[in-house]
Design a protein around this ligand. Sequence first.
Ligand SMILES: NC(=O)c1ccc[n+]([C@@H]2O[C@H](COP(=O)([O-])OP(=O)(O)OC[C@H]3O[C@@H](n4cnc5c(N)ncnc54)[C@H](OP(=O)(O)O)[C@@H]3O)[C@@H](O)[C@H]2O)c1
Length: 312
Amino acid sequence: MKVAITGSSGLIGRALTASLQADGHEVVRLVRRAPLAAGEARWDPRAADAGVGGDMATTPLRGVGACVHLAGAGVGDHRWTSSYKAEIRASRVLATRALAAALTRLDPPPRVLVAASAIGRYGDTGGRYGDTGGRDVTEDAPPGDGFLPRLVRDWEAAAGPAAEAGIRTAHVRSGLVLNRSGGVLARLALPARLGLLPRFGDGSQAVSWISLTDEVRAIRFLLDDDGQDGPFNLTAPNPVTNDELTAALHNAFGRPDFRWLRVPAPLLRLALGEMSSELLTSVRVAPRRLAAAGFEFRYPTLSEALAAELRG
Ligand SMILES: NC(=O)c1ccc[n+]([C@@H]2O[C@H](COP(=O)([O-])OP(=O)(O)OC[C@H]3O[C@@H](n4cnc5c(N)ncnc54)[C@H](OP(=O)(O)O)[C@@H]3O)[C@@H](O)[C@H]2O)c1
């Protein structure tokens, strides 16, 4: 199958591209710069047709059977100033709308669109230790309040035209994707290696995560299974607390775990502003629809995932 991928240079995109190519699929990597290598084609997330719509004779999307849309300005990369928030939003909402429009104009259109989303959609749903108000969140939960939940809601809705045109569309609401080569684990591993990773806030907030291996397997599962569309939580079935994640990381590096080492929530808010919600939000997410579809996690527990994803 010919698969187009946006954001293929990112943590998930690199691994997905390698996985698809290893199985003999042709990958068209949609890049925002001039193409440099075979298999790359330029797209423009800010153009109305994403720079790849329209002319069937010239579009690099010709013959594409599937599209995986992962691109977007990093949510954890910069302080959320109003201009960076606007960039995050445009790079996700406008770009998805443009890409969906381009896909609907193809003849024939691709069979399936798998579009990145995030558990940030749910906001803070409690689920702290000893917090009886907490609940496991499944795909039918309503969006939460705040910048991130609103962004994710609109980002998913932007793919609407593709679904309306009959392209099977799956939204992958990923938790924290764990792998040593990028994302949150690469950032936490640095201080954890020295035994100096602090708890954030009181450490009781729930963290819903997934190994990069299972993230890629789940995306491929959704590409292949013609019966699956709509939102899917891509999170392992065993969320942990920030406290447990910190202890597990120190343990993985054979370091003592100083439980008193903490960054209080007010200090985090002062240092990071609104972006501190990335570290302090508590949400226990259950992968209900993936499980119902028969997907089996290779690394369902954090210790298994860390052992695999920190290797190399
Ligand atoms: N990693 C996680 O823990 C996690 C969790 C939940 C959701 N997600 C979502 O899953 C998707 C992939 O995640 P990832 O971790 O692989 O992301 P990533 O490493 O940050 O890569 C995202 C890619 O998006 C492209 N990009 C960057 N800035 C952009 C902009 N301003 N406009 C358009 N494209 C831009 C870049 O690709 P090019 O330079 O090749 O265009 C970049 O490699 C993202 O949408 C992310 O929000 C990730």
